[in-house]
Ligand binder design. Structure first.
Ligand SMILES: Cc1cc2nc3c(=O)[nH]c(=O)nc-3n(C[C@H](O)[C@H](O)[C@H](O)COP(=O)(O)OP(=O)(O)OC[C@H]3O[C@@H](n4cnc5c(N)ncnc54)[C@H](O)[C@@H]3O)c2cc1C
Length: 809
């Protein structure tokens, strides 16, 4: 056994072996994998082996597509059979809403090059003759789905990696992980110690325990999962022999089951409502190639429905019931990436569909380790999407919610109730009293919109316009006509102090750091010139700065800052979190509202746009910035949590005579759309550069060096390959939700990043990227909304206040 390696991967399940394969394939061959028992001795060995490309996040779906296509390759390279059988996959909808969801998935798949088709129940029956089509209203057919042999795949990855120089140590249990003063890691195993620069936690069922070895609490939980196998069924055998592709993988959303052919019979798996976590506190180390006791009663409601939808099961004999555990993250997507504050530590765990996703996870992680960038848009899998609030009890609650809803429709405007409310700001009670409808982001509750007094504060879930529509329109009108008040605590806020802070930030951000008392919009780029942050930077003193950015990316930013802070201590970082609370007023009457509360001169000359200052608002010391994401005249207030309620009351009281109303995030979204303002995680993501995103004016190539400068110079000289555009869509009762394909003259050429209804401008708006050679076309665009192609008109300037006079006023 080696005593030193560049990388140690812990865990010989399908995910660890995929990571090992991708690292060695990319040229990192001084890599070893340690496996406690034998390969697949976690959840992998008893997996049903189903593979498919469907995922609610199209970027994760793209990586699943990569995985499906990879198996042929590793089989050829390793000479090890993967048991690939791709008869296609049939997703059956029993309601119109589910069919809408499939239409949306089908449309989203278009620009990812997915080969799916929406078909009728009768067509579905031709592909799978054992369904009772009367229960269904339609289906989506994916030619690429099917199944593989989980053990074959895992061994094929390992063998291919070994052929490239990687080593695999079986019966090697990593029991302790310690950090050397030189920054490297010692993985202490029962058979010796391996020192390494990088360590990957692919511990699967034990990922949580491996995390504990470095003091990390990963939000993963194992759930029991059952599938049953029937004896051979003559009709199934006959169809397998006679049909061209055989029986497809089936997902029946109504019955919440999946099914496929297995040894001439059928396999039937369920995601039951009455789900049960497995080993919620600690996974036993002596668990290995074992199964759990089956509990048919728990899954009987799903089975009953399945037997009605697929009558063939009624006469089949059940040969075996398999019950095995596998892990989930709170939102059901993998946890991948570097660990904050522990250089060289990486995770690849919480992979609930290891056969469908393992290849993509391995590829992204290997890219990230070698190139410093995953090479894809993997925000949906980044471990940084969870903060410290994702405790074990939170995870337990969320994972059960996710598991029990696995085949349920996920509506775009749906807010799931488990583990809530968790974090609330001091004005939570006041907003609740104002009949707020709540959302949650990064563990913190925020008001989405405000329901009419006396009506229940509940939003109907739908793919179309909901009962929020009129209320949001009213909130928008209040902002544009008088003055609105909203909470902004949910933003990520960071304070940088120290003698080196200014020059360090200047190197980190592409824009110039503003003068004292000023604000600037500042993109943060990586070495490849891609957008990894989008901040407002405030200079609060010679050695004091504040950065405000997207709340959901707080941990993502922290991880990046940590990794780049100078070692000499000249810059200190403090995450201000929900302890620094925010309020914002916006609208033509906002100056008058604030002026009544402060002696400070608020005239446009005295306190201009993009300025920030300490100010007493009534008795309350606040940091006040002249900026608003609404695109209107507005002010942002930052106060410590103990003052927020008093400030809220004060602003409301002062605003009353000006017609002040509360507004929530839905209204803010509507307001920013008519200004064509992009948003982090939608328009601004690490796969776009600032020039294509329309942020080129914030990139100052003439200032001293900054991260991404050289690439940006080249990109600007060459010109962007695509452009972020705003469209007005001829929509009816449904607006775009994001990820819809953009068509031009009959061809899919781009995708929507976000959109919705701009109430003030009375327009359905979509933002999205299109290739530069089409970006100047005036007509011929269409955007597919719920399966219908709608004419879309390019908007060359913001719908509202194109000159920006209102916000600068
Ligand atoms: C009943 C059932 C059906 C399923 N069906 C499907 C399906 O159809 N399609 C699909 O894609 N997925 C399916 N899955 C899920 C799939 O099994 C998992 O996604 C996948 O196995 C996860 O692989 P992994 O490598 O992350 O974890 P694991 O398979 O759990 O592997 C982790 C490995 O790490 C080793 N290990 C842990 N800690 C240490 C340590 N300290 N030192 C050394 N070694 C260590 C363990 O021994 C284990 O071998 C199913 C799961 C179940 C239970």
């Amino acid at each position: 056994m080696k005593t030193h390696a560049q990388v140690v991967v812990i865990g010989g399940g399908v995910v660890g072996c995929s990571v090992l394969y991708h690292l060695s394939k990319a040229g990192w061959t001084d890599v070893v994998l340690v496996e406690r028992k034998e390969l697949t001795a976690g959840s992998t060995w008893h997996a049903a082996g189903g593979i498919h490309t469907l995922n609610g996040d199209p970027n994760v779906a793209a990586l699943q597509k990569y995985t499906v296509e990879l198996y042929q390759k590793i089989e050829e390279t390793s000479g090890h059979q993967c048991g690939i059988h791709l008869p296609g996959e049939l997703m059956l909808a029993d309601t119109e809403e589910r069919l809408d969801w499939l239409r949306m998935a089908h449309a989203r798949g278009r620009y990812l090059g997915m080969d799916t088709e929406i078909i009728t129940p009768a067509e579905a029956r031709e592909i799978m003759p054992f369904i009772d089509e009367s229960h269904f209203v339609g289906a989506m057919y994916d030619r690429h789905g099917g199944q593989v042999d989980p053990s074959g795949v895992t061994h094929a990855y390992a063998k291919a990696a070994q052929m490239a120089g990687a080593e695999v140590y079986l019966d090697t249990w990593a029991r302790e992980i310690t950090r050397h003063p030189d920054g490297s890691w010692d993985v202490v195993c029962n058979r010796g110690v391996i020192n390494c620069e990088h360590m990957v936690n692919a511990g699967g069922l034990w990922a949580r325990e491996v995390g504990h070895m470095i003091g990390l609490e990963l939000p993963v939980l194992a759930m029991e999962h059952m599938y049953l196998l029937t004896d051979a069924i003559p009709e199934v055998q006959q169809f397998e022999q006679e049909s061209e592709k055989g029986i497809p993988m089936i997902i029946d959303f109504g019955a919440e089951i999946y099914s496929r052919e297995e040894q001439g019979g059928l396999l039937l798996g369920t995601y039951e409502k009455a789900c049960v976590p497995w080993s919620p506190v600690e996974t036993p180390w002596d668990f290995g190639l074992q199964l759990l006791d089956p509990d048919i009663d728990r899954i009987s409601p799903s089975l009953e429905m399945a037997f009605t939808h697929f009558p063939i099961f009624n006469d089949a004999r059940i040969r075996q019931v398999v019950n095995g555990p596998f892990t989930f993250a709170p939102d059901g997507n993998p946890l991948v990436g570097p660990v904050r504050g522990q250089p060289g530590q990486w995770v690849a765990c919480g992979v609930m569909a290891g056969l469908a996703q393992g290849g993509g996870v391995g590829l992204a992680l290997a890219n990230w380790m070698i190139e410093g960038d995953p090479g894809f848009d993997i925000w949906g899998m980044d471990v940084a999407r969870f903060g410290d609030w994702a405790t074990p009890v939170y995870t337990n609650s969320k994972v059960q919610e996710n598991y029990s809803r696995r085949f349920q429709i996920a509506f775009p405007n749906e807010e799931l109730p488990a583990a809530r409310p968790l974090q609330t700001s001091p004005i939570y009670g006041r907003l609740a009293q104002a009949n707020a409808v709540w959302g949650v982001a990064f563990g913190l509750e925020y008001a989405l919109w405000f329901q009419r007094e006396g009506d229940p504060p509940v939003e109907e879930v739908t793919f179309k316009r909901s009962n929020a529509f009129d209320r949001v329109a009213a909130e928008v009108a209040t902002v544009r006509e008088s003055v609105g008040l909203m909470e902004t605590t949910g933003f990520a806020k960071f304070e940088f102090t120290g003698s080196g802070a200014r020059s360090w930030l200047s190197n980190l951000l592409a824009n110039r750091i503003p003068g004292n008392g000023c604000l600037a919009l500042a993109p943060m780029l990586n070495d490849n010139g891609k957008l990894i942050g989008d901040f407002t930077v405030a200079t609060l003193g010679a050695e004091r700065f504040m950065l405000v950015g997207s709340g959901v990316a707080e941990r993502y930013y922290e991880r990046y800052f940590d990794a780049h802070l100078p070692a000499d201590g000249s810059v200190s970082l403090r995450t201000l979190g929900p302890e620094l609370c925010g309020l914002s007023i916006a609208g033509p009457e906002s100056r008058k509202t604030l002026q009544a509360l402060t002696r400070a001169d608020l005239d446009a000359d005295a306190f201009p746009f993009l300025h920030i200052r300490e100010m007493n608002v009534g008795m309350i010391p606040a940091l006040v910035g002249r900026i608003s994401y609404t695109g209107d005249l507005g002010y942002e207030f930052w106060v410590s949590a103990s003052y927020q309620a008093a400030l809220f009351d004060l602003l409301r009281e002062a605003g009353e005579e000006h017609g002040m109303g509360l507004f929530g995030l839905r209204a803010l979204d509507s307001l920013r759309l008519e200004k064509s303002f992009g948003a982090w995680a939608s328009e601004y993501r690490p796969v776009y550069d600032p020039y294509e995103a329309g942020l080129g004016r914030f990139v100052k190539l003439d200032k001293d060096g900054f991260v991404g400068r050289d690439t940006s110079e080249r990109v600007r000289a060459a010109g962007p390959a695509r452009r972020l555009m705003t469209f007005v869509v001829e929509a009816e009762d449904a607006d775009v939700l994001g990820d819809e394909p953009i068509w031009h003259r009959g061809e899919v050429i781009g995708w929507v990043t976000s959109g919705g209804y701009a109430h003030w401008s009375r327009a359905s708006v979509a933002l999205g990227y299109v290739p530069i050679e089409r970006a100047d076309a005036d007509d011929g665009f269409e955007i597919e909304v719920l399966g219908v192609r709608r004419a879309a008109h390019p908007q060359r300037e913001p719908l509202f206040d194109p000159t920006g006079a209102r916000m600068r006023g």
